[in-house]
Design a protein around this ligand. Structure first.
Ligand code: J2J
Length: 544
């Protein structure tokens, strides 16, 4: 396995293989099988392009050959920051075929996140769109190259400026025989790609996912959702987000022989148009997007009758919203509790209506092991709140290059500490009821409090800073910054500008600023985030 990653213990890995969970196939090989079956059927659709299974497979081979000709090879890390376009899928599979390892950045990431990802992974290349949502990613690429000279090449989907056009990589590939012809197939047990954790640390952690574990996840999720070749999945969220990538998402749909439709944004305008045009049957959204959609059906008269399932996950879904799904959209609701680190729980078709509305379901795999433990690590009885711990055939055993953090994020016997507070019902359903990890879940995007605090402290007149969540009617949670100033307090606008200048993604900027004379501390002298969160809630309510 790639150095810096934590493999499953040999005996457990063997048991996953013997049980058939790990099929010993790479993602690149899997696509060959899907293409052989899918032929001229449509694999991927975007606003202006349709790609058949056969075309996708050939495109991937050409790109693989083109990357190979540009000296990208097995084990090389490549930061991929592309919006939902067919290129994103083709590039990832091309890298999989070479045994190179894509690192999934989100389109909203900026210099702070991207330079960190490039440094942490020793990336040799960086892939960007030319322009996305009015932002010129070539400017960002210039900054990144200056900061991290190890990034030897930048590839651009679109007009490349001084960099290399992805179209040229494609063209270069035609001169070579099929990429896999001369290249060794990567080891299915090795890392296929890195997902970003919804982490709590000042610098985001990376989640190494193997071919074996992820193909299993996608296959099993596809089966749970009953996908087949008539299924049409709409990727409304960024495809680089685990939810849209493999729960069952893009990979589960391709595995089933269905069609993946790529939306550039989750806006009701764009998504409803695509649902109507492509007869979409299933899609996945976070609760804030679900709310937008449910409000929009009142005035947007698109035909959404093809939609069979709306998956909602990524953040707490309130019952009132859950109840509106079926009447407004005429489709079934499926709640999903997932995480980049692995474990996914789904509500199932045979659940009672009440269970679908109020629980986050049960684990995908019979081999998923779940514990709900109290603060002393003892198993909590059903119905009582505790931290969710998990291990299983698609849950990682450690973050990449993070031995110290891994020592606390995982138990000695390999359970991942999710930081989620849950209870288990007598029927074995999981209900998420809070969290003990230090982050803000804003529109399903996880914002690490300590990451934002670190940047706030860079302001010369900020002596202390603490970030906590508070409820927000549209965002789910908002980012509240408490600041102890030294001298004249900076304004919220000033702090937001500073964070943007420091290259932080815009979704991480504080929504509120409260200036205080001191931060509350616990008996151990740490900032008391519970007291602060309660204080934030009071202030938010007082302002309404
Ligand atoms: C409450 N909290 C939830 C839910 C995730 C599918 C769906 C979501 C993610 C995801 C994902 C929740 N109710 N239904 O990767 O494959 C919070 C929990 C969890 C954290 C993980 C997938 N569903 N959460 O959201 O890695 O706190 O993955 O630990 O971004 O989101 O965040 P992330």
């Amino acid at each position: 396995m790639l150095t810096g990653c934590e493999p499953w213990p040999e005996e457990i890995a063997r048991s996953y293989r013997e049980a058939g969970y790990w099929a010993g196939q790479t993602l690149g090989e899997a696509l060959r099988g899907w293409a052989a079956r899918g032929g001229d059927r449509t694999a991927v659709v975007s606003r202006d392009r349709r790609v058949s299974y056969r075309e996708l497979d050939e495109w991937v081979d050409r790109l693989a050959a083109g990357f190979h000709a540009r000296e990208i090879g097995a084990g090389d890390r490549v930061v991929v920051q592309l919006p939902n376009t067919p290129e994103f899928i083709a590039v990832c599979f091309a890298l999989f075929r070479l045994g190179a390892v894509p690192v999934f950045a989100l389109p909203a990431h900026r210099a702070s996140e991207i330079t960190h990802l490039c440094r942490l992974t020793d990336a040799v290349a960086y892939l960007v769109p030319a322009l996305h949502r009015g932002y010129d990613h070539r400017l960002l690429a210039r900054q990144v190259r200056l900061a991290v000279p190890g990034v030897r090449q930048v590839f651009v989907a679109g007009e490349p400026g001084e960099f290399v056009a992805l179209a040229d990589v494609d063209a270069a590939g035609t001169a070579l025989p099929a990429a896999s012809g001369g290249l060794a197939e990567p080891d299915p047990a090795d890392v296929a790609f890195f997902l970003l954790s919804g982490g709590t640390t000042a610098l985001p952690k990376l989640v190494p996912r193997t071919h074996d574990d992820f193909l299993y996840q996608a296959r099993a999720a596809s089966a749970v959702c009953g996908l087949n070749q008539d299924s049409v999945y709409l990727a409304a969220l960024p495809a680089a987000f685990n939810f849209a990538w493999g729960c069952p998402g893009v990979l589960g749909t391709l595995h089933a022989g269905g069609t993946v439709v790529l939306a550039r944004s989750a806006s009701p305008d764009e998504c409803f148009t695509l649902i109507e045009r492509e007869r979409v049957t299933i899609t996945s959204v976070v609760p804030t997007v679900a709310q937008l959609w449910l409000d929009a059906v009142e005035w947007n008269r698109r035909d959404l009758s093809s939609l069979r399932v709306l998956q909602i996950g990524g953040a707490k879904l309130h019952r009132e919203l859950a109840e509106r799904v079926q009447p407004a959209l005429g489709c079934r609701l499926q709640q999903v509790l997932g995480m980049a680190e692995g474990l996914i729980c789904f509500t199932r078709e045979d659940y009672s209506a009440e269970e679908v509305l109020t629980t986050q379901g049960h684990p995908l795999s019979p081999a998923d092991e779940i514990r709900v433990v109290d603060e002393h690590g003892r198993d909590a009885p059903d119905g009582e709140l505790g931290e969710l711990l998990t291990r299983g055939p698609y849950t990682i055993r450690g973050y990449y290059r993070a031995p110290e953090h891994n020592a606390t994020a995982f138990t000695e016997d390999g359970f991942y500490r999710t930081g989620d507070l849950v209870r288990r019902t007598a029927a074995g359903r999981i209900v998420v009821d809070g969290r003990i990890k230090d982050l803000v879940n804003r529109c399903g995007e996880k914002v690490s409090a300590s990451e934002v605090e670190g940047h706030l402290l860079a302001h010369p007149r900020v002596a202390q800073a603490a970030v906590v969540p508070a409820p927000h009617p549209e965002l789910g949670e908002q980012i509240c910054a408490f600041v102890v100033p030294s001298g004249e307090a900076p304004s919220l606008v000033e702090l937001r500008r500073l964070l943007l200048d420091r290259g932080l993604a815009a979704y991480k900027l504080p929504d509120r600023l409260d200036v205080v004379v001191a931060l509350p501390v616990t008996g151990l002298g740490k900032v008391d985030k519970k007291v602060l969160a309660a204080d934030a809630l009071r202030r938010v309510e007082a302002d309404q």
